[in-house]
Design a protein around this ligand. Structure first.
Ligand code: SF4
Length: 641
């Protein structure tokens, strides 16, 4: 299964290692053997994190390492090969973390000849990391301290030049919120608190200018493949809606058709107020109603020819002016449905504030949603919340709570700054009861995405086992589950637990290939694995087989799992929130559905068997041998376990 990539390109993959404690840096070749087995992007990050970071380390200590890696195909002009990965041990989950973004720093790193950036140690004072091809410099960031994540990048471009790509943290990262993100020119490395890791290293921003050609083994072949891929994308029936409405186009399908759009802190599976309308598309948060009205320009990730991103802009008597890159399906959920807010400008303003303050919009929204439920259940009073009446639908209170969170300001800020799990545990401790923990919706500490998994059993398994906590993008199995068939999968029934282990396993392996190559997962319905082997041949010189590529994906998923096993995670952590397992969806097309303990156990058994893991979820040594992970053999367990 080993991917025998023969390099006929003019250089080996290279990493840049920067130590912020002593201000040193060095370039190192990435061994060919590592490239063959892990390819790039999150493949490199997962491997180097497992090799170099103690999984039990405090994520906010200098011993944690923050890594950025553009996908293996990024910077070559391939349409939708746009994604750069960031990773570290997460302060939100304690697991390995992967967060991807259509970040401008990815192609810039590639053009500087850097396939992996490893940031070690911690600076004493707020700092900038400036990478200008082979020249690396650490400068004071005192002048930029406290600026919001978007504002600061504007200042940096004015001060250093617009040909620098930038990434920065906002106040949330500086204040070490465990839900802080990293922004790269209005694309976010959103999930898992990587902004706090960057903040703990006192690194306010990274600037990258690369002026070299990205090496390509077969340029003529690549040119033809780029044209072919662009044509397929242009002519695909989904492209028009993708571009007109972005990911928000899922809303009506998920809400009205499936009844799996979570709202009110995931108590409900759909928004009845939208369903009951004579014209369902006139629902205030539905993109078919609002997108044309507010969209001012499209905003593609680097080299994307079917941009789902857009800037929306408007004025509102209540929230004032708003301009944000969004809304996405996820933020319509986390800052709309989860909070029971349908006033579109308020949802847009909340989204803009998350981006500017530097907070993951899913985690921030769900944290406020849980506080709203705690308030309505009487566990929180206005005096606990600096006077805020944090009821569902109260948009003014939500806006104020969000601002205070970023600065850890007042009682609200201190209570909610670090996400759902920490907030629920603080409240439970204060009240001396476990009741607030019962509606804390998270897996391994991460707040879940916009799918009511009670009605999508395969998704329930995917969020339970994902190596980064409740997550839709590690397996991206929801399309197969909701459509009922895709590629090798036929007659998939989202209401049944049977058969999900293999289905989730294959989807995870495939999506790990996307995380290694940097191809956007929102183009998977057009390509899946097709076309990727030939693109790799054009860039690196040799065409891998589909099986070789899937083995790389499987290897990456296992390395991530080994990191978590060494951090102490086992089967007991591959679980679901209490609400998912004990409170059926109350109404709508998925009424009555939930995931029983027996169903979860059956799905876990199936999944571990398909993965080659023990009953406790630990990779078997036989699997590690088969995947050529001999150096990690001691991290697995024997087949008899
Ligand atoms: S489809 Fe959307 S997320 Fe994907 S590369 Fe294009 S703009 Fe970025």
């Amino acid at each position: 299964m080993n991917f025998e990539c023969s390099f006929i390109i003019n250089r080996m993959p290279r990493l840049l290692r920067v130590n912020l404690t002593d201000g040193t840096f060095k370039f190192e070749d990435i061994p060919e053997d590592v490239h063959k087995r892990f390819l790039g992007g999150f493949g490199y990050i997962a491997y180097y994190l497992l090799k170099e970071v103690d999984p039990k380390v405090d994520p906010l200590s200098p011993e944690n390492k923050l890594m950025f890696a553009p996908g293996a195909l990024v910077g070559t002009g391939i349409p939708t090969a746009s994604k750069t990965m960031a990773g570290a041990k997460s302060p939100l989950t304690g697991t390995i973390m992967r967060s991807s973004a259509g970040a401008t720093i990815g192609p810039a790193l590639k053009k500087a000849g850097i396939d992996l950036l490893i940031i070690e140690g911690a600076a004493e004072k707020p700092s900038l990391l400036i990478i200008d091809d082979d020249h690396v410099e650490i400068k004071s960031a005192s002048k930029y301290r406290g600026m919001d994540a978007i504002e600061v990048q504007g200042h940096l471009k004015a001060d250093f030049g617009t040909d620098f790509a930038t990434a920065a943290i906002g106040p949330a990262g500086e204040n070490l919120l465990r839900i802080a993100d990293i922004d790269s020119e209005e694309r976010q490395f959103g999930r898992g608190g990587l902004g706090a890791v960057m903040g703990s290293k006192k690194l306010k921003a990274i600037l990258v200018r690369g002026t070299k050609e990205v090496p390509v083994a077969k340029p003529d072949m690549l040119k033809k493949l780029i044209a072919k891929r662009a044509k397929i994308i242009k002519e695909h029936p989904a492209t028009k809606d993708d571009m007109n409405y972005g990911t928000a186009e899922f809303f009506d399908r998920m809400n009205r058709e499936r009844g799996t759009f979570p709202s009110r802190n995931r108590q409900r599976g759909y928004r009845k107020t939208c369903v009951d309308l004579k014209e369902p598309h006139k629902c205030p948060v539905d993109p078919y109603n609002r997108a044309p009205k507010y969209t001012v320009e499209l905003h593609p990730c680097p080299k994307c020819t079917k941009p789902c991103g857009r800037y929306i802009e408007g004025d509102d008597t209540e929230v004032g002016h708003f301009r944000v890159e969004g809304l996405e399906y996820e933020t319509i959920y986390s800052l709309g449905g989860a909070l029971d807010i349908t006033h579109f400008p308020a949802v847009a303003k909340l989204h803009e504030m998350c981006d500017r303050l530097g907070m993951d919009a899913i985690s921030a929204g769900l944290t406020i949603a849980r506080a709203m439920e705690a308030f309505e259940k009487g566990f929180l009073k206005p005096e606990d919340l600096d006077g805020l009446e944090l009821t569902f639908g109260n948009r003014k209170a939500a806006l104020e709570a969000l601002r205070k969170m970023a600065y850890r300001e007042g009682k609200v800020g201190e209570l909610l700054a670090d996400g759902v799990k920490v907030a629920a545990e603080k409240l439970a401790k204060k009240l001396g009861t476990d009741e607030p923990l019962k509606f804390a919706i998270h897996v391994k500490g991460m707040e879940p995405p916009a799918y009511d998994v009670r009605g999508i059993k395969g998704m329930a398994l995917a969020v339970a086992v994902s190596y980064r906590g409740a997550d839709h993008l590690t397996a991206v199995v929801y399309g197969t589950e909701l459509v009922g068939k895709r590629r090798v999968f036929e007659n998939v029934d989202r209401t049944k637990a049977e058969g999900k282990g293999f289905e989730v396993k294959i989807h995870e392996d495939l999506m790990a290939v996307y995380d290694a190559t940097g191809i956007c997962k929102f183009s998977r319905h057009m390509f899946y694995l097709e076309g990727i082997p030939e693109l790799i041949e054009a860039v690196y010189g040799r065409r891998p087989t589909n099986a070789e590529l899937l083995a790389i994906g499987e290897r990456i998923v296992n390395v991530a799992r080994l990191f978590n096993v060494r951090a102490g995670f086992t089967r007991k952590d591959d679980t679901l929130p209490r609400r998912v397992m004990h409170e059926p969806i109350p109404e709508g097309p998925s009424k009555g559905m939930y995931v029983s303990e027996e169903e979860l156990n059956r799905m876990l058994d199936e999944y571990y068997e398909a993965r080659g893991r023990s009953k406790d979820g630990i990779p078997l040594k036989a699997k590690l041998v088969a995947l050529d992970l001999m150096e990690f053999l001691d991290y697995g367990v024997g087949s008899e376990a």
